[in-house]
Design a binder for this molecule. Structure first.
Ligand SMILES: [Zn+2]
Length: 230
């Protein structure tokens, strides 16, 4: 079976989506025209041909990737306990904190990931399928942090490392031939490129995610050097 296709990609372009709340802004970066790679056996029984299937595939591949990474260093990756789509304000709370609309988040208290499915689907429709392959690995980055090292002075460090993990996951999956980046239409992404980032430069703020340049930079670092560099 052909590896998964990611459409509308471009190598140098990093896209920052304007999101809100806890996991507010996601740096999105795609590569164009990469070689098909040497595909290993498909670990996930998903076609990835529509939104729902892409979401399931992104989850499955990301956990597959981390399971292998953990095993390679003699550890055992603990899969998340739940992967919860929600609508608007109807999300699960996390340690007493209510979920907010238009967001995706990892909850350490329950070791689960939840996402506003309507919001994610609109990004998927607007930005292409790459959106879910950045946002979902970013949230899994937090699930990995919870298992490895979770001692950050500033939230922005946690967020930027998750961006780096997301970049490393994506390039790892590309190298293993589990996903494929195709040359695509940059203009669509360029149009979507928002002058995003934190509204202030208050990098110490509890909800800080980093400036667009920082987010793109950390995503690129993971993408180019792998999760070990994060
Ligand atoms: Zn985050």
């Amino acid at each position: 079976m052909a590896p998964r296709l990611i459409a509308s990609l471009t190598l140098v372009l990093a896209v920052v989506l304007v999101l809100t709340a806890a996991c507010g802004r996601i740096a999105q970066r795609h590569s164009a025209g990469s070689p098909p790679g040497t595909a290993s056996a498909a670990p996930c029984n998903e076609a990835g041909e529509d939104f729902a299937s892409d979401v399931r595939l992104a989850r499955c591949l990301t956990e597959w990737f981390w399971t292998k990474r953990f095993a390679a260093s003699g550890r055992t990756y603990q899969p998340i306990k739940a992967f919860i789509p929600y609508h608007g304000t109807g999300g699960p709370d996390c340690g007493g904190q209510p979920a907010v609309p238009e967001n995706a988040f990892y909850c350490p208290a329950g070791h689960f990931i939840a996402f506003d499915v309507d919001w994610l689907e609109s990004l998927y429709n607007d930005m292409g399928d790459g959106a879910v392959y950045v946002i979902i690995p970013h949230e899994f980055g937090h699930a990995v942090q919870a298992q490895l090292m979770n001692d950050f002075t500033y939230n922005v460090e946690r967020e930027l490392q998750a961006d780096c993990y997301a970049g490393g996951t994506l390039s790892g999956l590309l190298q293993e031939g589990q996903i494929r980046a195709d040359e695509g239409d940059d203009s669509e992404l360029l149009t979507s490129l928002a002058a995003a980032g934190d509204p202030t430069d208050a990098w110490w703020a509890p909800d800080a995610h980093g400036s667009p340049e920082q987010r793109q930079g950390f995503f690129a670092k993971g993408f180019q050097r792998g999760v070990g560099a994060c």
